[in-house]
Design a protein around this ligand. Sequence first.
Ligand code: SF4
Length: 345
Amino acid sequence: MAGDSLGSGPSAPVARVFATVGPELVEAIREAKPNRVILQVPGGLVRNAHELAARLRDSTGVPVDLATRPCFGACDFPSRDEAPRADLAVVLGHAPIPNVPLPRSTFFVEMRETGGDPERLAGIVAEARLPRHLGLVASVQHLDLVEPLRTALGRHGYEVHIGTGDRRLAFPAQALGCNYTGAEAVAGKVDAFLFLGTGNFHPIGLAFAVDRPVHALDPLQGVLEAPIDRGALIRKRQLVVAGVREARRWGILVSTFAGQNRSPTALALQERARARGWDAEILLFDRLDGRDLEGRAFDAYVNTACPRIALDDGGNYPKPILTPPEFLMVLGELPLEPYRFDTYH
Ligand code: SF4
């Protein structure tokens, strides 16, 4: 969209992708000529956000506001109401989610990482004797390392499979906390998955989604973790499901964020519950705050927003929170085994 002038009037929102905050981003903002930019960063970058906003303002000459609410994903960018005067958003740390409509043109800065030695990493994998048929998945920051690592692993006798996911994923091999359809596409061909990235968030999600051992490899530190205990994760969720078998008053949680809104799913679940004579009310929110669930006359909740709210943070809420597939387990419409991950399509 070089030369596109956002400030000159309404036009269809466009998504552009940048590897890092650098001259290319600055030039693109200048070319787009927005009236005002809204900058949103993930929680981990909040500390530097003010300095970054100032840098962008100084280098582009465009007013830059900072979204106070950090982004968890590319699903919860600032809405029109949150930043009514901004006609361009700059969102850090995430790839776009292709099937989520944007309220305004948005520049996604993926913060790609250039470090990581594929030869060294392949040696670490080979030394640990991981299975020869491997699926490779990466956080967006480390996607540039996927092909070089596949080649390097090939030299150690590995057959590496990289899957392409559905419309919610922008790139092959990409991990999204609510969607591992790329990995699912190759799960039948592999004996284990190797996740390239840091932290436990994606390895845990991947372990929920695929019935294969998941090994996490930190590409910068060269640390290979022991596989995630999938059985323990799933048993914990099955216990939550078993604990709400008698629940008859359900709150159905619906987020208004464009990339987390599954109203049709919520309405369908409400209908199923009511068909049994159960109470089921829909509760709307943007970002879920546990305090808003205090004191409500519900036995349990089913959450149609980000699946990771129930799976990772369910214990932080006053009543049990289930994912939609788990709610179908309570209804007896899905079996407990095989466990079904709540993939957000
Ligand atoms: S719905 Fe949750 S897991 Fe999916 S992109 Fe948004 S924050 Fe991440």
